[in-house]
Design a binder for this molecule. Sequence first.
Ligand code: FAD
Length: 498
Amino acid sequence: MNSPIRQSANPSIRKAIVIGSGVAGLAVAIRMAVKGYSVKVFERNAEPGGKLSFFEQDGYAFDAGPSLFTQPSNIEDLFECAGEPIADYFQYRSVPVACKYFFEDGTIVNAYTQVDQFARELESALGEDPVAVQKYLAKAEKAYEAIGRIFLDHSLHRRSTWLNKRILPALSATRISYLIQSMHDYHASNFRSPKTVQIFDRFATYNGSNPYKAPAMLSMIPHLEQNEGTFYPYGGMISITNALYKLALKKGVEFVFNTKVDKIIHQQGEVKAVRVGDMEFRADLVVSNMDVYYLYRDLLGDPSKAEAVLKRERSSSAMIFYWGIKKEFKELHLHNIFFTRDYEEEFRHLFETRQMYHDPTIYVNITSKMEQGHSAPGTENWFVMLNAPADIGQNWDQIRQKARASAIEKLSRILSTDIASLIDTERVLDPKGIEAQTLSHMGSLYGTSSNSKWAAFLRHPNFSSSIKGLYFTGGSVHPGGGIPLCLKSAKIVASMID
Ligand SMILES: Cc1cc2nc3c(=O)[nH]c(=O)nc-3n(C[C@H](O)[C@H](O)[C@H](O)COP(=O)(O)OP(=O)(O)OC[C@H]3O[C@@H](n4cnc5c(N)ncnc54)[C@H](O)[C@@H]3O)c2cc1C
């Protein structure tokens, strides 16, 4: 095919093409522009942000995807690298209660982000040993500082990482129990109350994993929320997308929306261009922010590499009900969890039978608690999320109806209010919808799960070893999904391009 190749007006300026404008695509585009590249981002959707998106319906505003914001330092670092004052683009504040937990027996726990206060709360509500809580969180911090900072901030596939002077302290901090014990068993050996165990087990879902299978190494995740704290961006989570998009434009990044990249053109082991419809766009390097499975299957036409990606178990997905609620619930916070009676059985359903459990854990996020404009006075915008298995062709229409009924029954019972009669407006997103919106294979939220002890080390690298000039960023590659890690992956890619 003789496609017209678009040449740069000035061929001496190096050209970078980014495929996808998820949070990592935006961040890598900014970093490449700062390095002096001419950067063009192709995005198949009409707007930037990928999963980090937003909509309004009948006077209610909803952040459609992520709702929890941790480690703002990743965003601050991006603005610092771009030499722009962050306050002109993005502002946030800390939230003193990370989450309010509701148990079926009426127990309520406020997860304060002040460690001593949280330890005292667990003692008074659950009879937990406060010293055990403090010790656990201190160990989580130590593990994060020693292990996380080297393995999450650097490529695992570059010799320089393994020669870094931080590697020895990291390896010596890696207790054998972090690898051989499951996260759940580790928590059970740390705490006396099964409810404390359940609260800390929940952090496995932050990368779509199963605490009964994932290694105890994941116990460093609570450090981010309980030690470093949780935050709320003014304007909601969509402010992250908006700030990064505005910064990218300021740095001269060019965006082409409603445009899907169809192929990556490479010759003699080197990236040359991308193909969009019948046009080819020359590139000195290409950074893929799309799911690495589809990249191999469709853009590189390499089904065997695509199949190899699937050898790693996909992360869980979600069923989300966006409800405009005609009432204010003073007893609810920004983040609320209504736990299942049987967590182990819920995870067995998610990862083994691949169905949703009839008594699901329900997460309710209400940004109108923080933001007046997100719903009218006397009403609330509920983002109601249930863990769901990755899509393997289940009957989602049927599952959606059952999940909705279970959620309404459970919330009505625990809040002693008929929730169904309060639903003013509704939208639903299931794993198939998540896949359709962002091309995330099987609708998984975080790429691959961490359900095996080596999973963190087996994520796809941030570069191609067979095609020079091809790089990977975002939730489906190292170091994994979630906003903080996606931003780190963009920084890793940029550091490789030096
Ligand atoms: C419901 C939900 C709740 C979540 N909750 C949280 C949370 O509370 N906290 C948190 O930190 N994380 C959360 N996450 C995870 C987080 O949203 C993701 O890990 C992160 O946003 C993924 O970003 P990404 O850069 O990998 O790109 P994505 O957001 O996956 O975007 C990829 C982009 O690439 C585009 N694209 C794909 N193929 C092509 C192509 N061929 N050509 C052009 N464009 C293409 C897509 O259209 C998309 O816009 C949640 C995710 C979901 C869905």
